[in-house]
Design a protein around this ligand. Structure first.
Ligand SMILES: [Zn+2]
Length: 115
């Protein structure tokens, strides 16, 4: 019914805000890191500081990528909700358990198909 849909829409919107916030935080950290890196001269390239900055950079870029993927999944979930096929497993077509949707608002498969 409409009550369920609006609860889902709110759930998806809340999750989206969370991810957008995390993405903004990561952007901020990457910007700070870039500034730090630019502060290092070329001579410092093999410096342990330079190495740890590079690995921190890769870690943040990895996190950013996964948050972007999460955002895409959330937007897809919102689109499914609008089309009216929200909460339906993409694989078997059976309803996805509400507890699963609560834990993973962007889930597209039921628990059995996700295994
Ligand atoms: Zn399924």
């Amino acid at each position: 019914g409409p009550m369920v849909s609006s609860a889902r829409a709110e759930q998806i919107a809340a999750r989206r805000r969370e991810v957008v916030e995390q993405l903004a935080g990561l952007e901020q950290q990457l910007t700070e890191l870039r500034t730090l890196r630019e502060g290092l001269s070329d001579d410092d390239e093999h410096d342990p500081d330079g190495v740890s900055l590079s690995s921190e950079w890769s870690r943040l870029e990895g996190l950013k990528q996964s948050q972007r993927d999460a955002l895409a999944a959330i937007d897809a979930a919102a689109a499914r909700l609008e089309r009216g096929d929200d909460g339906i497993c993409e694989v078997c077509g059976r309803p996805i358990a509400p507890e699963r949707l609560e834990a993973r608002p962007d889930a597209t498969t039921c628990i059995s198909c996700a295994r």
